[in-house]
Design a protein around this ligand. Structure first.
Ligand code: ADP
Ligand code: MG
Ligand code: ZN
Length: 498
């Protein structure tokens, strides 16, 4: 029997607002000491009244618009009731039947291994809720139960949920969808979307059905997998597990399963029998939202350019390769850095040199600068070499002050000290030597010190000239202008012939 895989994802995204969803406590809960940025509202004390964070509502609508959703004229918040130690009030304020955005889609490339190209994945809804506190478990070491601590800092942080339709047909397509969503929220600037920090989390629903069937099979839900790779692996495992169950005559049971990273398996956590009855009802402490059309129009107009459009523009306007444009639009910070460096560099340059300049700037960012940043796991937004710094460096190459290899040395210095290119060249005496007489002295020294190379050259071994040029670069500490050095070596050798 041939099976088809059906996957739908629920993605939780923490919104990058300054304050929490329903109180004025800072939403940046990770840098503070446990249980410090809290107040009666996010502690869930009786009688404390919530106030809606307008920016969080806007971020959710912006995401909905970028996902081609419609924004209803009327939305409301509901109480989702369940008891859990990390849920301070015993209910979570969420949205049930009237979310902020409905019925959109995301374009993905599709999984070629199942014959798919360019596909549209439906987005059911985007809604807004509050995050819960964070539990940390401490086993007691003797096989006993240990104990748990609760950190309330995260309680009340704005959390946006994006629910897909069951339109994905393989783990690969789920991965593509997740990558697109991640890039989208990041380019919108609504979330830092850092998966390791739990700012971007995913629950994956998966079922299988015989190819050709038009009804869905029973699904399982894999909870809170925290990397793209784990989502992919967990789904692959789960598809195979369900096939084994069905092929051995069994039935898949609807349940929640957890991904165990160390063993690379999913395990049952909670079956449908124990599923929560959330007893949703409208939140009586908050007013419903009437969403004016002018507000929606304004948000639509404020949407920044997203990665796919920006990539296409980099190719069309700057003549970059698909590969370079892809890397430069990997994060918004990289794309912003590139365009900032380029715009400074393009001042008083003619249009026909602008394309070379784009390629040159791209090469420096993707090559030497990325290497330095990767070495200390630093984000480009925090680069000690700023876009202005990089374009100053490139100007010193353009005017002949620096060769490429000297510029690489200067870049490393700039990165290490945060200093300015011209000042470093001055201070370290790194400028390129283009003075003929200074290089001639080094050529004479190299020729005198390497009679064997000279003899080889006179025997017709042209390579010997390169070797001697290398010696000249060494004597001048890499500062001789390379073309000039080679020409003077050749002239010096020609003189030896006579
Ligand atoms: P719940 O709130 O119980 O998780 P939802 O109706 O909100 O249920 O669905 C959650 C997710 O499950 C959605 O992303 C949806 O696309 C997906 N889903 C629903 N049915 C199936 C199925 N048979 N196989 C795979 N995914 C499914
Ligand atoms: Mg679910
Ligand atoms: Zn608070």
């Amino acid at each position: 029997m041939q099976y088809e895989t059906v996957i739908g994802l629920e993605v939780h995204v923490q919104l990058d607002t300054r304050s929490k969803m329903f109180c004025a406590c800072p939403a940046d809960y990770q840098t503070a000491d446990p249980n410090t940025p809290t107040c009666p509202v996010c502690l869930g004390l009786p009688g404390a009244l919530p106030v809606i964070n307008r920016r969080a509502v806007e971020f959710t609508m912006m995401t909905g618009l970028a996902l081609n959703c419609s924004i209803p004229e009327y939305a409301k918040f509901d109480r989702k009731n369940y008891p859990y130690p990390d849920l301070m009030k015993g209910y979570q304020i969420s949205q049930y039947d009237l979310p902020l955005a409905l019925d959109g889609y995301v374009e993905i490339d599709g999984d070629p291994s199942i014959g798919h190209t360019q596909r549209r994945i439906g987005v059911e809804r985007v809604h807004l809720e509050e995050d819960v506190a964070k539990m940390q478990h401490f086993p007691d070491g003797d096989g006993g139960e240990g104990y748990s601590l609760v950190d309330v800092n995260r309680s009340g942080v704005p959390l946006m949920e994006i629910v897909s339709k069951p339109d994905l047909r393989s783990p690969e397509e789920a991965h593509q969808y997740l990558t697109s969503l991640h890039s989208l929220v990041q380019f919108l600037g609504v979330s830092t979307a850092n998966m390791q920090d739990g700012n971007f989390r995913c629950d994956a629903n998966v079922s299988i059905r015989p190819v050709g069937s038009d009804t869905f099979g029973t699904r399982t839900e894999i909870k809170n997998v925290n990397s793209f790779r784990s989502v992919f692996q967990a789904l692959e495992f789960e598809v195979e597990r369900q096939q084994r169950v069905v092929e051995s005559g069994g039935q898949v049971v609807q349940e929640t399963r957890g991904w165990v990273e160390e063993r690379e398996v999913t395990v049952s956590q909670r079956s449908k029998e124990y599923a929560h009855d959330y007893r949703y009802f409208p939140e009586p402490d908050l007013p419903p939202l009437n969403i004016g059309r002018d507000w929606v129009t304004q948000l639509q107009a404020s949407l920044p350019e997203l990665a796919p459009q920006r990539k296409a523009r980099f190719i069309a306007d700057y003549g970059l390769s698909e590969y370079d444009a892809d890397l430069l639009t990997n994060t918004r910070a990289t794309a912003d850095y590139f365009e900032a460096a380029l715009s400074i560099r393009d001042v008083d340059r003619s249009p026909d040199t602008a394309l070379d300049s784009a390629k040159e700037v791209a090469n420096w960012i993707l090559g030497d600068l990325s290497r330095l940043l990767n070495q200390d796991h630093r984000d480009i937004a925090a680069s000690p070499v700023t876009p202005t710094g990089l374009s100053d460096l490139l100007r010193l190459i353009a005017d002949g002050t620096l060769s490429i290899s000297l510029a690489k040395t200067v870049l490393e210095e700039m990165y290490a000290s945060g200093g300015d290119a011209a000042a470093i060249v001055e201070e370290k005496g790194l400028a390129q030597i283009s003075d003929t007489s200074a290089i001639e002295a080094a050529v004479a020294e190299a020729i005198a010190a390497n009679p064997k190379a000279v003899a080889d050259y006179l025997d017709g071994k042209e390579n010997a000239a390169r070797f001697l040029m290398g010696q000249v670069m060494r004597i001048t500490k890499g500062q001789a202008q390379p073309d000039l050095a080679l020409r003077l070596v050749q002239e010096g050798l020609a003189a030896q012939k006579n």
